[in-house]
Design a protein around this ligand. Structure first.
Ligand code: ASP
Length: 239
């Protein structure tokens, strides 16, 4: 069996190229996914993830990320965290824990510090400029929930058939502080099961969560539907 990776959006291209090199080298699936996501988190030109991400309505970049191991069904995530450039690293390490796997806000930031993560300001000058000009259109009521946000979702499978996935996002632009979308919610923004497959989502989290879409797609694949049919079935039912 060959290793493979798929991801959302063009921003993930370089990341999955690097991830594939890891997969084809030592076959470390988790590392391949984490490095692929980190490439996007680190790049300030990708404005909806990680460093330089979309600020919340108070001007703070607040991030969500999650990781799931399809062999063990171990999942972990951090939500509404500030000052952490690579939340995917934390999500991956939390997915190996048996308790306290999903951490929010201050508690997640404390966990990051305990892991030796250095806090940093994620609001780049460009993000600040975008924030200031968008605040004005938002006040005029010109923005809607679909304006300018995306999640990087990376799904991979190694040569032994293990499947895992990782997601990372700054969520909705000008969101309420503390708002959490689908991305770090297991079964909504992501799900992986090595026997069946994996799914991950991007779009307005409040809508995706109503259908627990990632789990619903994987469950449909488990009942025998093809990937395409499982997605259509879950989405049509949801709509
Ligand atoms: N699903 C993300 C959220 O609602 C945003 C996105 O994927 O565009 O936070």
């Amino acid at each position: 069996m060959k290793g493979c990776m798929v991801a959302t959006w063009k921003m993930a291209l370089e990341g999955i190229q690097e991830g594939m090199q890891i997969l084809n080298g030592n076959g470390n699936l988790h590392r391949a996914i984490v490095e692929a996501v980190k490439r996007v988190e680190d790049n300030e030109n990708f404005v909806s993830v990680g460093y330089g991400g979309l600020p919340n309505r108070e001007g703070y970049v607040e991030l969500d990320a999650a990781f799931m191991d399809g062999d063990t069904l171990g999942a972990g995530g951090v939500m509404a965290v500030q000052g952490i450039k690579n939340p995917i690293e934390l999500a991956c390490s939390l997915s190996r824990c048996s308790r306290n796997c999903f951490l929010a806000g201050k508690g997640a930031e404390e966990y990051a510090l305990s892991q030796g993560v250095e806090m940093q300001n994620l609001l780049t000058p460009n993000a600040m400029r975008r924030y200031e000009s968008s605040l004005k259109s938002n006040l005029k009521g010109d923005m809607d929930a679909y304006d300018g946000h995306d999640t990087v979702c990376v799904i991979g499978r190694n040569q032994s058939g293990s499947i895992a996935c990782g997601v990372s996002t700054s969520g909705l632009f000008l969101k309420h502080p503390g708002r959490v979308g689908d991305s770090p919610i297991i079964g909504s923004g992501f799900y992986a099961n090595s026997i069946i497959g994996s799914a991950a989502a991007t779009g307005v989290g409040e809508d995706i969560m109503k259908g627990c879409l990632a789990y619903s797609i994987v469950a449909s694949m488990g009942s025998g539907l093809s990937v395409q049919d499982a997605c259509e079935h879950a989405l049509n039912y949801h709509i």
